[in-house]
Design a binder for this molecule. Structure first.
Ligand code: SAH
Length: 360
C-alpha cells in the first residue's frame, strides 16, 4: 500500500537498520514519496488543521506582533520577513494583509518562504498571488540574503526529524528502524553506546533528541545576534526537557502506527522548547517565553478582536468566530483546544526589549 515503505524495507534488507531520524526524514521529505512532498495535508478533508487555517485572527495577530518586533529592532529597511514551513501560505497572507496598516513595514520587507515541498510551494504561490509584497521561495534558510530579519515558524519544529535513545543495561543506545522476522518495519536498538549521554534513568527509558531543530535554532540565533531581528516559534511542546518520547503519526485526524505507512501519515514530535532555548542562549541570543499560546494571543488582544469581528458577522459567522477563539485559546485538550498545549517563544537579538505577548 505504501510505496515508500516497500522502498525503505528493501534498503534496510540490503544495508541494515536506519536511525529514526533517517526514517522520519524519508517519511516526510523523500523527494518523490515523502508525506509533505506529495500532498496538501491541511484542513477538515486532510489529515490535520493548524491555527492559521482555523481563523484569520491568528495570522493577523502574528502580523501585528511582527510589526512590533520590527519597530523594536529599530525599523530596519530593507529587512527580511521569513516564514519557515508555511503550509498553504495562509499565515503569511494574513500577516501581509494587516501589514497594510503600516506602509513603512510593508515597504521594508522582502518576504521569503522556506519550504521543501513543491506541492505546498505551488499552493503558497496561489495563496499569495495578490500579496502586496515581493515574495521568494527557497528550500533552506541558508540561501536567504543576510540582514535584519523577522522570522515566523508555526508548527514547523514539530515536523523535523528526531533521534531516540534507549537505556540498555550497558548505557544509552540509539533506537533504530529495522525489520522483524516477518520482514515488516520494527523498532530495534543499536549496538553502540552513546558515551555523551549520561542521564540516569531506569532500563527501557527513552530520550528524544531533536538534533536537527537544535542545529537550525543555533544557526538562526547566530544570524539574529549578528544582524538583528527576532524569531517567533509557535508549536505544541513542553517547557522542561524530560525523559520519554512523543513521536506520533496522524492520518485523516486519527493516530496511526508511525511505522505503518511512511509517506502517508504525518510524523511529528512535541517540541522540546527548553532544548531550543538552550541552543539560542548559547549562541548569544535573548529568549522570551515560552508562554502558552492562550496567554500569548490574549495579551495580543484576540478576545477583543473576536468581539469586533462578531459585531459585523451573521449569527452563523459569530458562532464560527466563538468556536475558533475557543480552539485557539481554550484549555480543553480532549476537545483539541490549543491554548495550553501550544507554546510561544521568541528568540531575538540580545538588545531587543520585551516583546508583546511575553509580558502580562
Ligand atoms: N505553518 C503551516 C504548516 C505547518 S506543517 C501552518 O501552520 O499551517 C509543516 C510545514 O513545514 C509544511 O509546509 C512542510 O512542507 C514544511 N516543512 C517540513 N519540513 C521542512 C524542512 N525541513 N524545511 C522546510 N520546510 C519544511
Amino acid at each position: 500500500m505504501s510505496a515508500l515503505r516497500d522502498e525503505i524495507i528493501a534498503s534496510i534488507a540490503q544495508d541494515g537498520p536506519i536511525t529514526l531520524e533517517r526514517f522520519m526524514s524519508l517519511a516526510l521529505s523523500h523527494p518523490t514519496l515523502g508525506y509533505y512532498m506529495t500532498r496538501d495535508p491541511f484542513g477538515a478533508g486532510g489529515d490535520f488543521i493548524t491555527a492559521p487555517e482555523i481563523s484569520q485572527m491568528f495570522g493577523e495577530l502574528l502580523g501585528l506582533w511582527a510589526q512590533e518586533a520590527w519597530r523594536a529592532a529599530g525599523a530596519p529597511a530593507p529587512a527580511q520577513l521569513i516564514e519557515l514551513g508555511p503550509g498553504r501560505g495562509t499565515l503569511m497572507s494574513d500577516v501581509l494583509r494587516v501589514a497594510r496598516i503600516t506602509p513603512s513595514f510593508l515597504a521594508a520587507m522582502q518576504v521569503h518562504l522556506v519550504e521543501t515541498s513543491p506541492v505546498l510551494q505551488a499552493t503558497q504561490r496561489r495563496t499569495l498571488a495578490d500579496a502586496k509584497a515581493s515574495v521568494s521561495w527557497s528550500a533552506d534558510i541558508a540561501s536567504i540574503p543576510q540582514g535584519p530579519a523577522i522570522l515566523l515558524a508555526n508548527e514547523f519544529f514539530d515536523a523535523l526529524p528526531v533521534r531516540h535513545y534507549v537505556k540498555t543495561p550497558r548505557g544509552w543506545s540509539e533506537r533504530l528502524v529495522g525489520l522483524d522476522e516477518a520482514g515488516a518495519l520494527a523498532f530495534g536498538v543499536g549496538e553502540a553506546i552513546e558515551p555523551d549521554l549520561t542521564v540516569d534513568a531506569p532500563e527501557g527509558s527513552i530520550i528524544e533528541i531533536g538534533a536537527v531543530g537544535v542545529r537550525l535554532m543555533s544557526e538562526i540565533a547566530a544570524r539574529l545576534v549578528a544582524q538583528g531581528g527576532a524569531l517567533l516559534v509557535v508549536d505544541y511542546g513542553y517547557t522542561q526537557t524530560a525523559l520519554g518520547e512523543t513521536l506520533q503519526a496522524v492520518a485523516r485526524h486519527a493516530y496511526v502506527d508511525p511505522l505503518e505507512a511512511p509517506g502517508e501519515a504525518d510524523l511529528t514530535t512535541h517540541v522540546d522548547f527548553a532544548a531550543l532555548a538552550r541552543a539560542a542562549s548559547a549562541a548569544g541570543a535573548r529568549v522570551q517565553g515560552p508562554v502558552t499560546q492562550g496567554a500569548f494571543l490574549e495579551r495580543l488582544g484576540i478576545v477583543e478582536r473576536a468581539e469586533a469581528l462578531s459585531k459585523r458577522a451573521t449569527p452563523a459567522q459569530a458562532a464560527d468566530i466563538a468556536a475558533a477563539l475557543q480552539r485557539l485559546i481554550g484549555t480543553d485538550e480532549p476537545k483539541r483546544d490549543m491554548g495550553e498545549l501550544f507554546k510561544v517563544m521568541a528568540v531575538t537579538h540580545p538588545a531587543m526589549p520585551d516583546l508583546p505577548g511575553f509580558v502580562p
